[in-house]
Design a protein around this ligand. Structure first.
Ligand SMILES: CC(C)(COP(=O)(O)OP(=O)(O)OC[C@H]1O[C@@H](n2cnc3c(N)ncnc32)[C@H](O)[C@@H]1OP(=O)(O)O)[C@@H](O)C(=O)NCCC(=O)NCCS
Length: 159
């Protein structure tokens, strides 16, 4: 990883809608694989096949840029594990290692939450155990006994 990938807080992060087709995305996908994660591989495959291009109502894919580096990714889909369109789902969240614990995961997921509350009644995710505290810090509550959901945020009136 080059020096340009080091987190330099003075540059700041810019969150934009993402098309995961450029070399910067490939670099992040490779990094995620070397850490043992598949979420960016699944994202690239779903996009390339046309199965998931985040085009249904409420859906969006966001990238966080740090200069020319793509530092993180997070998507919002209609939850495919539930009937109907009331459940949103956080998908494909990944923050590059040198950018972790800088508030970037929070920025990405809060961007998704702001959008999700306008379109969905709840927002679900299935997090790996190492991300449980992260989601709980953001206000998701732990869900027990559901195969496809470990954490949920419920949007009440006025929330
Ligand atoms: C989980 C992940 C997205 C967190 O991103 P991040 O940018 O490091 O998180 P932030 O810096 O925004 O942290 C937000 C809050 O969560 C807490 N937090 C983040 N990671 C944590 C950890 N591993 N253990 C405990 N707390 C953690 C932070 O302290 C922070 O709390 P605060 O804002 O109340 O002070 C990142 O570690 C990652 O990409 N992991 C690998 C992939 C993964 O697990 N994705 C989730 C798939 S559902």
């Amino acid at each position: 990883m080059g020096a340009s990938s080091e987190a330099a807080p003075e540059i700041g992060y810019v969150i934009k809608r993402l098309r995961p087709t450029m070399p910067a995305f490939d670099a992040l996908r490779r990094e995620s694989r070397s850490e043992g994660y598949w979420m960016l591989v699944r994202l690239a495959d779903g996009w390339a096949s046309g199965r998931n291009k985040f085009l249904k109502r409420g859906e969006a894919l966001f990238g966080a840029w740090h200069g020319r580096d793509l530092a993180g990714v997070c998507g919002l889909n209609i939850d495919p594990y539930f009937e109907g369109r009331d459940h949103g789902r956080v998908r494909h969240l990944f923050v590059s290692v040198p950018h972790r614990r800088n508030g970037l995961g929070r920025m990405l997921v809060e961007t998704v939450i702001d959008r999700a509350r306008r379109h969905f009644a709840v927002l679900n995710t299935r997090a790996p155990r190492e991300a449980f505290v992260f989601y709980e810090r953001l206000g998701f509550h732990r869900v027990e006994g559901e195969e496809f959901v470990t954490h949920r945020m419920i949007f009440g009136k006025g929330s």
